[in-house]
Every structure is written in structure tokens, then in C-alpha cells.
Design a protein. Sequence first.
Lengths: 330, 330
Amino acid sequence: MTLDDLAKELDVSIATISRALSRPEQVAPRTRERVLAAVHRHGYKPFGTGRSLRTQQTRTIGVVVSDIRNAFFAAAVKAIEDVARANGYSVLICNADEDRQKEGIALQLLLDRKVSGVINCSTGANLELLRMFEKSGTVLVDFDRESGLNNVDTVVLDNVLGASLAAQHLVELGHRAIATIAGPKHLSNARGRLAGFRKTLQEFKIATRPEYVLFGNFKPESGYSAAQRLFSLAKPPTALFVANIEMAAGVIQFAREKKISIPKDLSLVSFDDPLWAQFMDPPLTVIVQPTEEMGECAMELLLGRLRGRSPVQTKAFPPRLVVRGSTAKR
Amino acid sequence: MTLDDLAKELDVSIATISRALSRPEQVAPRTRERVLAAVHRHGYKPFGTGRSLRTQQTRTIGVVVSDIRNAFFAAAVKAIEDVARANGYSVLICNADEDRQKEGIALQLLLDRKVSGVINCSTGANLELLRMFEKSGTVLVDFDRESGLNNVDTVVLDNVLGASLAAQHLVELGHRAIATIAGPKHLSNARGRLAGFRKTLQEFKIATRPEYVLFGNFKPESGYSAAQRLFSLAKPPTALFVANIEMAAGVIQFAREKKISIPKDLSLVSFDDPLWAQFMDPPLTVIVQPTEEMGECAMELLLGRLRGRSPVQTKAFPPRLVVRGSTAKR
DNA sequence: TTGTAAGCGTTATCAA
DNA sequence: TTGATAACGCTTACAA
């Protein structure tokens, strides 16, 4: 059912129908009702394809997400989609799998589709591609990680604060041999967490030994192998700050296998708080991000830009420390 | 950059460029190379909007997912997206939140967008809407749950078998007072799991007391309140089969609060196996679904249909029992 | 108040 | 082998 079909049936022009739908006040009450009745009767809805071509906007926003299986991103996507839907936008999901190349392909795709906006969890690469969005007038929002672009709205956590909270907690429990498993160096959030960790130890005058700073890729396996290295050290740490909970899962697996007791032998704090964290053995002490709020905020910022707000905004959300059973006094 | 721009620059017609891109063999080698070089130089890519209007297909597939925060669906979405991307399709995600009305809105939206296909985790409602897809030639695949439509490809788990495995495991451990928290009656997967549970108890000549069969909505809170009811019974069960792990989390929370020890006081089996299940306290005995395979299969079935395969296919994947620490001998 | 018609960027048919 | 041109379904000046 197209405008043409409907126009024939009602013996009015397609323009009238289109108007009756988008600017009802511009058409005579009698015609309007006749049209609206027919529209309703047939369940007519304008095709998005035709409209998009004409208006040059798709009312679709693309979300390039680092890892959809990660509870943090899944929750963020849910929040984004809720706000988008409430405002008549659809959400095209692209899973980049923490891979710069996959991110690039995703961005290309969104570019072709002429999406109205993009929420991007950037790997820090693909800057040229991102600039093409700016050039083509597509609104960009950095989420969780900064892409490095200047003129984009940004929604992140205050990662430095989060890591500080974690480190401080460990120090206050009496730990001095404190290690960290950081995220990839090219990710701004990982860098922030590492910086906060270092800063705090320094404030407490605790030297950070280089062998206590390891890097993973935010996936469980990398947590596992980092733990392996840590515990093959002459003097393994008594406390560990892990930059996300997926890597922490890897650490826990290693600890189980080697009968390293958490928190007796090793205190563990990590980032993110999926439902499960509290049911783990032991329940995990974590840094909580206000995930849903962050997702909503990103979409709202995007909508604001689409509606013409111009000044760039950066929102850094405050994290919270939730103490459970995985950390203990030295 | 559009075909027109490029045509002007190269002084050929837009038709030639379009052809050079889609049927290179039909254009003279010299022209072809000239065109391709310019295309490459400018990074020209046909706009999806124009193409979609002309070809009447969007190369987009819609996925209506029950709950994106649920690890099962997140993993399925990842698999679906991988296969889709590899075949030049994008994925529009709609989160229905286990809500029939939200599902309806999502389906409407996908209808407007003229998506090429839909993978639907049906709530069992919105049948008329689904029929509209069939009428408009949009390929439909039921995933995880059957919509009730006849002529659609279907990817599900063998839920009866999964529940049987769970129930049998409990019986073999010596339990006789076995309860279940089932999913919503209107969902085919929930019905299958309940049927498998009942069938197995019957086979073992164990009477299913009506007060041992409770219904939840697949979310943690409903697991919590069901557990509450179960333990206010004169004779609480010694074993419990929960139809998904989200509800199991609710049960665990209740057990913690009431100092009910799992598995000493209560053996617990549930469905689904997110990474965390093995790290919980105790590690959870679960029925595992081959999630990624199921997601891939759904997308492949969809692609098959898009390419003209006609016979309807139904795939029921076999579940696996993984015994961990949440179940024990009576 | 309504209709006519142009145009969004593409593909595909037909002639040249 | 190439080019002109007609759609695809919609919105929106502009004219009637």
C-alpha cells in the first residue's frame, strides 16, 4: 500500500494524503477525516525507504559496541534503544568485538546507510572514518571511550576516580603489594583506570613495581594469563585491581585451579557490576558504573544535537565502590 | 558523493558507473578501470537509501529479541550479526523486554522499514502483525520461541529434552520432593520445559504436586518470589528446576537471605550457561544451549530463504546437562 | 484548500 | 559498449 494506491482509492492527490499525515491543519477537516479514516482502515504507514531518500535522513542511529556479550554494553544498548524508540528512531547495532578492523567495517556500513547519528565505543582507531561522519553532517557521540575527535559529545565514566576508589580501598585494607591488570593501552577508559590506579598508589607513597602492571584485552582469557604471570613472580601480589569484570572472571578461574583463595590469599576488586557479581564465590567487590544512565545520556545528547543544539558536551559519570567479599584485610 | 557527481567528473553516464560496479563484465575494460579508479579514489559507495528505494529491499534484517541484557540473547545477537555482516546485511535490533506490546511496536517499526527479514523471539502474541510480514514477502524466522505461525523457519532448543535431563538428574540424586519454576505459559519454550519436567517425573512415578509448580516471567524478581512461596510451604521441596538462569539468580538471592544452603538444603538446576555460572557460589548445575550455533543457524536459514529456498525448516538443537556444585545427593 | 511536479540516488530497460 | 530515461515512494515548493 503506497500513497498512490490510497490516492486512487480516495480520488485525491498523493500530496493531500501526505499532508493530512504530516501537517493535518493544512487540509480541510472533511478531507482530512476521509483520508485519516482510509489510512487507518488500511493500516497505511509511509515507507521508510521513500521518506529517507526524500528527506535525506533515516531516523536510524548506529551503535558500534565493543562487545555485545559484555553485560555493560548490553545494558547500555538497552537504554539507548529505549530512548531512541521513544523518539521515533531505530537502532542499528554493530558489534566490533574489541577489534579495530571490525569497527572500521561497521563504520563504513553506517556511513553507507546514511544513519542520522552514531554512538561509538571507539577502539581509538579509524579516525579518518569518523571524520567522514562529521563531514557528512552525521552526529557522533563517543561512548565509554574517547575516539580522540574534538568536536563530539562524549559520555564516559570518571575512570580515574573509579580506579582511585578501588586502589584506595585496597590500601586501606592494609595491602602494599598491589597489582593491576589494565585494559588495552589504546583505549581511553583503560588508560584512565591505569592512571587512577597509579596516582592513588603514589599518593599513598607505595611504589608501583613494573611487574605488577599487566595489560589484557578486556576478555576473560587475558585475565587468566595475566594472573598466571602474576603468580609466577617471586613475590606475588596480595591484592589486585582488574580493569573489567570479564578479565576478573579469568583471574577467578585461575585462582580456582591453583587453589589460591580469594580473598584470603588475594584481594580482588574489579570494574562493572552485572547481576551475577553478587552471587559469585566470593561475592565480588566492584566499581559500579551507572550504565543505564550513561546509555540514556548518550542517546539524549545525540537527540539534542540532531535538534540543533550546538555546544559540545562531555559527561563524566561518577562510579561507586561496592564492597563485598572478594577483598579483605591483609 | 553521488553517481551524478562521479559521472560529471568522468564524463560518462551514471548508468555506466552503476554497471561498472554491479556488472563489471558489461563495460569496456578501459572505461571500467577509469571508473573503478575514480570510485576508489573518492571512496565512493552507493547510498543505501537510493538503492533500497529502487530495489525494494533494504539488506537489513530485524531482530526482535526478548531481553538483550540476558546473556543468552546477547550471545545469539552476536552470532546473528556476524553471519549477517559476512553476507552484506545489517541488523536492526529491537528489544521487546518480554513484553507483548513492545514486541508489537517493534514489529510495526520493522514493517515500516521494509526490512528484508525478521528473526523473532516471539511472545506468542502479535500474530496478525507477523502475518503482514508474510504477505509483504518478508522472510520470517522464529527463534527460541514459536510464534504459532505455520510457514516459518524455526530455530529452537529441544526444551522437552533439556527439562528431562534436568529432572532426571535430580531424581537420580535421590530427590522426590522436586519443584519447578516455569516460564510464562504463553511462551512455547517455557511450555516445553514444563512438559519435559512433568513427563520425566511421571516416568519415574513421582507425583507432581500442584504447589510445586510455579510460574515466573524469566526475570530474577519472579524467581525470588517463587522461592519465597515454595519455602513457605509446609513441606518445601528438596530440589528445584528453574526454567532459566535469571530466575535462578532470584532463587539464589532468596536462599542467601534465608540461609538456605545450596545444595545442602536445596538442589538447583537451571537453564543457560553464561560465563559466570561456573564461578557462582556454588557453581551452578545447568542445562546448556548451543547459543551461538543457534544464532548462526537462524541467520543462515533466513539467508537461505532470501535466496529462494522454499521448504520450511525447523531445527531443534540438543541441550546438554553440565553438573556442577548446585545439585547434590538427597 | 488542493493538485502538479520536481527531486532525493539508485538500478534497469531500452535505444542508439 | 554506452547513454537517456523511467521508475521506486515520499515530501514539499509552487501554482491553481
